[in-house]
Design a binder for this molecule. Sequence first.
Ligand SMILES: Nc1ncnc2c1ncn2[C@@H]1O[C@H](COP(=O)(O)OP(=O)(O)OP(=O)(O)O)[C@@H](O)[C@H]1O
Ligand SMILES: [Mg+2]
Length: 496
Amino acid sequence: MKVGNMVANIGPIFASLMFVWAMFKQFFPHQLRNQIEKHSQRLVSFVYPYIQITFHELTGERLMRSEAYSAIENYLSSMASTQAKRLKADIGKNNQSLVLSMDDHEEVADEFNGVKLWWAYGKHISKSQTSLSFHPMNDEKRYYKLTFHKRNRDMILGTYLNYVLKEGKAIKVKNRQRKLYTNSGSYWSHVVFEHPATFQTLAMDPEKKKMIIDDLITFSKAGEFYARIGRAWKRGYLLYGPPGTGKSTMIAAMANLLGYDLYDLELTAVKDNTELRKLLIETSSKSIIVIEDIDCSLDLSGQRRKKKEVEEEQEKDPRQKQLGMQEKDAKTSQVTLSGLLNFIDGLWSACGGERLIVFTTNHVEKLDPALVRKGRMDKHIELSYCGFEAFKLLAKNYLGIESHYLFDTICELLKETKVTPAEVAEHLMPKTASRDSELYLKSLIQTLELAKEEARLKSEQDARKTEASSSKEDFHWTENDSSAKANGKSENYTLA
Ligand SMILES: Nc1ncnc2c1ncn2[C@@H]1O[C@H](COP(=O)(O)OP(=O)(O)OP(=O)(O)O)[C@@H](O)[C@H]1O
Ligand SMILES: [Mg+2]
């Protein structure tokens, strides 16, 4: 028999001996029992080459649930569902899926860097009686026990256990119920975040989509890299494009991909920079902070105008002054662009943990260059009108078809028109009991043709307008030229 096999078999042999001993030890006198146990422990530690570590569920004086125990529980959950013969099932925290775990005294094997080890689940039950109840209560103390060969001690205690805890925590984050926070003034309130959007359902150019997904995943795994280069683990995205091109949908897809919480920051409801700072500091790690329509939220000139209008009104009617004072304070946000930028660059960076900040706008050209400069907003993503690839994905999702004889017509029309994915999706939404794809595609074609015709008329109109304005200019030039002629400068005549 090979030495490896022999060593591997010692575990079960000892386990059987211990079991037999546990059964019969009650028949031995107390003194003798103690002696046997003492010597057998010595013998076991001499011959038995394995080390065991127990992770109890409850720790500390206040019997709090141990973080290590729940991380191990999460880590083992997938292994348990494939290896264990007896499983326990429960509804997960998201109330949607079943969570499986090992049943009592089950064992699963794991392998790490070529080293085999075993995890066992068990519980001690002690009977206790509380003063409030006459029925004895079962006091369960659950634990996980890890068994490994002593020659791997350093590797298991260092690398492996760190790995298990990290993986376990990551699984927990992925499975947790995520939240959508919104601010009213300087307070966050939240609801459960359950948006169904994913990158699979987001219609856009596939290459661009892949680039964004890769970027997000790389970011979420780059904690150590950011720490090494001394940068805060943050990333800024600017999503821009016309209404209905999927900016908000993409944010939901980002949150679903990474398992992050969402903080939807309504800047106009924030009184000033101090309040903004408070709100941002309160955001948790693994979250996306979203400021939608940043051009509208931070329209400082607009705010000043609004303030001035109020003041003018109050001058006309002094009674309004008293009444309006508090209202004015509440309505006009004094958050400034520099306040926001200072926070993104400065204090916020000191809050640990991974965070994304996403701005959206319909008018990227209106944004202050300071806001969108590289380094502040790391990635600028344009979401644009519906192309053929995006259409095909919508058709697959909405109608369940991947090809159709009308696709070629739609492809040609999409090249010549500007329709948003939201408009296309609207045509593919089920409206009648009929699921005949042709009906839906024909209705889309009709709209595309109409849009094409409208675009043609508009461009003709625009052309006529420019022609008219240029002939006006020509007229002025002619006038000037005639005065030039009078001055004896005849070379400008040809301009008319
Ligand atoms: N690229 C897309 N892929 C799939 N569905 C989309 C896409 N764009 C828009 N839609 C559909 O249209 C609806 C509106 O889109 P969304 O709210 O994401 O647009 P938006 O770009 O955020 O618009 P706005 O600028 O007005 O905020 C969504 O509910 C979604 O169903
Ligand atoms: Mg939106």
